[in-house]
Design a protein around this ligand. Structure first.
Ligand code: EPZ
Length: 440
């Protein structure tokens, strides 16, 4: 077992160089126990805030997670003249879209969060025009927007790009049958935003069916939109004249729930999450059971308890659009599989480069290799704390989970990802018995 050369092993303790850069310091913390609450789902929140641009008035959103991506979208809304008040202690966001100016949105604002590009559909619907800094890719993949662009063009939008600014304009959006070649979450949401005020019925065929997309659709219907679904995955959006301001409570975050359940699994603990939306976590919970853990689901599909098993079994996982195994739980699940006896396989099919946490887990003593987007993981008995780097939101979660199980101390850097995706998750883990601290 080769150890990281920078770290000296002295009997039972690992000396970690004091880190100047912001980091999470995680000590081995076994048998986490207790009850945890959830915040609202980040991947519903961001698009729902943007959808308020379709209304003229004061809306109130409850259960809004106070995390960096939320602040980035709020900044974007403020840039458009939208007045917001965010009570981060109560997770209540008030949004007044009475006055919205269709300002050009610079790259610096657009680039903070991928979901910013959803403003394109909303501004086209409200103003028939939008000018945005082109969203960049990120480490998990190039994150193209071709599905968005080609289908907006089918609705009559003309785009041009000059000095990294993408401008879209249209005399009047036209209802169309739009076929998505892949059930892209963002493309589905962007096209729905463009269609809800467009005369006639726009069909989005092969639409994304993620729970967060349906929470967004619930909000639009509450505003007065006409949206129905035709089997197997066609959204039918019949345009209305206007949409009204609303009050709405965002759905609980199945991805935060997954992270907490895996904290129980990897430390051999017992975790109760009464608000967990078990009905939208099906395959993930099934895989935890296949690994040998006891999973109890509350009445009417809300609430999950995990009692971790010492004797665990390997599993095979393939990520794909909902209701398949969610790509956003792939990295956290990988951390748990690293300590699961036997050989497990995880195939990432949604993003082209979302296995980078594997090399960091190998630094901690994991045995794994990657063959064409399939991670082959041979379970080990122990992991060892060291310094690791998070490459995206969900990788940061995987490395924290591994640190909870690893002997000694783990330093997780790249914590801006952690703060983008989770609100004070380290505090929730502390309340469950974890020794974890955030150093900014
Ligand atoms: C959303 O991203 C989520 N983000 C992601 O969560 C999530 O992983 C992803 O959906 C898949 O479920 C938010 O909701 C804010 P996609 P999105 O369009 O919309 C390709 C997290 O950690 N594609 O469904 O960007 C794309 O490259 C984040 O919370 C095109 O090729 O995902 C990817 O390979 C990460 N052309 C695949 O489709 C396009 O025009 C799925 O992307 C659009 C997408």
């Amino acid at each position: 077992m080769s150890y990281d050369s920078k770290i000296q092993i002295h009997q039972s303790q690992v000396i970690i160089p004091q880190h100047k850069m912001p980091h999470l310091l995680v000590e081995q913390s076994l048998k986490l126990e207790g009850t945890a609450k959830l915040f609202g789902a980040k991947n519903a929140t961001l698009v729902i805030i943007i959808s308020l641009l379709l209304t003229k008035g004061k809306s109130t959103l409850f259960n809004v997670p106070a995390l960096e991506d939320t602040f980035s979208i709020i900044q974007l809304m403020n840039h458009l003249g939208v007045h917001t008040e965010f009570d981060i202690d109560q997770n209540i966001l008030e949004v007044d879209t009475t006055f919205v100016q269709n300002a050009q949105i610079p790259f610096e604002i657009m680039n903070k969060c991928r979901a910013s590009f959803l403003v394109m559909g909303a501004l086209l619907a409200r103003f028939n025009k939008a000018e945005v800094g082109l969203p960049g890719g990120c480490v998990i993949g190039e994150r193209p927007i071709d599905y968005h662009i080609k289908n907006f063009e089918k609705m009559g939008v003309v785009f041009n790009e000059e000095k990294d600014i993408l401008s879209g304009s249209v005399k009047e959006l036209k209802h169309r049958n739009l076929l998505l070649e892949y059930p892209s979450v963002g493309a589905t949401e962007n096209l729905v935003l463009a269609a809800v005020l467009t005369e006639g019925t726009t069909k989005i065929i092969n639409a994304a069916l993620e729970p967060e997309v349906f929470d967004f659709i619930q909000v639009l219907k509450k505003m007065g939109a006409h949206i129905t679904i035709e089997a197997p995955a066609t959204l039918c959006v019949t345009g209305v004249k206007e949409l009204k301001a609303i009050e709405y409570s965002i759905m609980y975050d199945r991805l935060e729930a997954g992270a907490l359940l895996l904290a129980g699994a990897i430390t051999g603990g017992y975790i109760d999450i009464p608000q967990a939306p078990a009905h939208s976590m099906g395959l993930f919970l099934t895989k935890l059971q296949e690994m040998g853990h006891t999973i109890l689901i509350g009445k009417n599909g809300t609430g999950v308890k995990i009692k971790a098993s010492k004797r665990t079994h390997p599993v095979t996982i393939k990520t794909a659009p909902y209701p398949s195994f969610p790509t956003d739980l792939q990295a956290p699940m990988t951390a748990a599989l690293v300590l699961t006896q036997g050989t497990s396989k995880i195939q990432e099919t949604v993003f082209e480069n979302r296995l980078m946490h594997i090399k960091e887990l190998i630094k901690m003593g994991a045995q794994a290799e990657i063959e064409n987007s399939v991670a082959i993981i041979r379970g080990v008995q122990e992991l060892y704390g060291t310094t690791v780097i998070a490459s995206d939101i969900r990788a940061s979660c995987a490395l924290v989970l591994a640190g909870l199980a690893a002997q000694g101390t783990t330093i997780v850097t790249g914590i801006h990802h952690w703060k983008r995706g989770y609100q004070n998750l380290e505090k929730k883990l502390q309340q469950l018995g974890a020794r974890i601290d955030l150093y900014e």
